[in-house]
Design a binder for this molecule. Structure first.
Ligand SMILES: Cc1ncc(COP(=O)(O)O)c(C=O)c1O
Length: 394
């Protein structure tokens, strides 16, 4: 069978491959005194809070399961608009909000709406691997620029300016970032946006982890910078609804009919039951629960990162959001007699029953030295992970 060159360009999502290997080993370890601890998980360990679950059940029982409009339920678009106002003090009219099947569908729609064959999109290295593949699937080319610890593992305006070429169409950023949990400094983001505007390009910003922000300096939406920005968001992370497949994006008004046409054809609509359930995310009781969980994620970060540092797993920039730690494992790998983060991750899995994600997925700039730890685990699990790291490396 002959497959498309487009499909051949898409590399495997190694995070998922590592997860499969970890699951297989976890089955073998089940019932032993040292079960696998999953520090490779890219999703919250919480599930949707009670009001959200009840709203889903009500929608099913009421038979509210037909297709919705391609742009999403009007009531949900209004609630999301209200959330921007209440949480960030930014006015985002509901008519600019498109409800999608997760941030993943939003990214695909944005790429298909904006990218022509051969167009180039600048993005940081390291960054979320699927983003470059969405660009590639739209026949564009992702141009990865080294993102250093000095720049919080994000792009700088000077880099964007220097890299801008004839084929450049825009930038795709994520703040806070996966895998680093670090955000773009607000002034730098303003400067990047100005550079992109000066070139007549587009600024796409993935704000899927913005709700899980622990530092007021960085916890602002880029949408405050202007109506030309495109912001991608999701119910997956802050709202703890990964498997429900629901997200949204905010687009310039002129882009709404284009995205609507694409969404009608490619998806018809996002999951109807999930949309009805998500209305309950914005109830005061649900928000109170999400905030309690956000505080718990912060407490985990505050415990885990100093422990990693003490073990010689340097975290060059303390994450201000999300639930990741991007740690340089060069010294620790040498202590185990291996080289590089891929082999280090395999050693941790084999010898300490800890699953972590090697840097390879996220780009090529120094990623062979880095692993991503996820703190989407209860504190006792993290403490047990630290104890195992101590006996292996200490
Ligand atoms: C930066 C980033 N963007 C997008 C996604 C996809 O999220 P969703 O579940 O909303 O499709 C993820 C998932 O891990 C992510 O980390």
């Amino acid at each position: 069978m002959k497959f498309s060159t487009r499909a051949a360009r898409i590399e495997p999502f190694y995070v998922m491959e590592v997860a499969k290997a970890a699951q297989a080993q976890a089955r073998a370890l089940a019932g032993t005194r040292s079960p696998m601890i999953f520090l490779n998980i890219g999703e919250p360990d919480f599930t949707a809070p009670p009001l959200v679950q009840e709203a889903a059940v009500r929608a099913i029982h009421a038979g509210s399961t037909q297709y919705t409009p391609a742009l999403g339920l009007d009531a949900l678009r209004e609630r999301i608009s209200g959330w921007y106002q209440e949480r960030f003090g930014v006015s985002v009219p509901a008519r600019r909000i498109v409800v999608t099947a997760g941030a993943s569908a939003a990214l695909q729609l944005a790429c298909l709406a904006l990218i022509d064959a051969g167009d180039e999109i600048l993005m940081p290295d390291p960054s979320y691997p699927c983003n470059r593949h969405f660009v590639s699937a739209a026949e564009g080319r992702a141009v990865l620029l080294p993102a250093t610890a000095q720049e919080r593992f994000q792009l700088s305006a000077a880099q964007v300016q220097a890299a801008w070429g004839e084929k450049t169409r825009g930038v795709l950023l994520a703040s806070p970032s996966n895998p680093t949990g670090t955000s773009i400094a607000p002034d730098e983001l303003r400067r990047i946006h100005a550079v992109v505007q000066a070139h007549g390009g587009i600024t796409l910003i993935d704000e899927i982890y913005l709700g899980l922000s622990y530092d007021a300096t960085y916890g602002q939406t880029a949408l405050a910078l202007g109506e030309d920005l495109i912001s991608i968001n999701s119910f997956s992370k802050y709202f703890n609804m990964t498997g429900w497949r629901l997200g949204w994006m905010v687009v310039p008004e002129a882009m709404v009919p284009v995205v609507e046409r694409l969404a009608q054809n490619l998806f018809i609509c996002a999951n109807t039951v999930a949309q009805h359930a998500a209305l309950a995310c914005f109830e005061p009781d649900s928000i109170a629960e999400y905030e309690r969980r956000r505080a718990e994620f912060k407490a985990r970060r505050d415990y885990f990162i100093p422990e990693l540092q003490a073990l010689g797993l340097a975290v060059p920039v303390i994450p201000d959001g999300a639930f990741y730690a991007w740690a340089d494992c060069s010294a620790a790998a040498a202590r185990l007699g291996v080289q590089g983060s891929w082999d280090f991750a395999l050693e941790l899995m084999r010898r300490a029953h800890l699953a972590v994600t090697p840097g390879r997925d996220f780009g090529s700039f120094e990623t062979q030295h880095f692993v991503r730890f996820s703190t989407a685990n209860a504190l006792p699990q993290l403490q047990e992970a630290v104890a195992r790291l101590h006996s292996l490396l200490g």
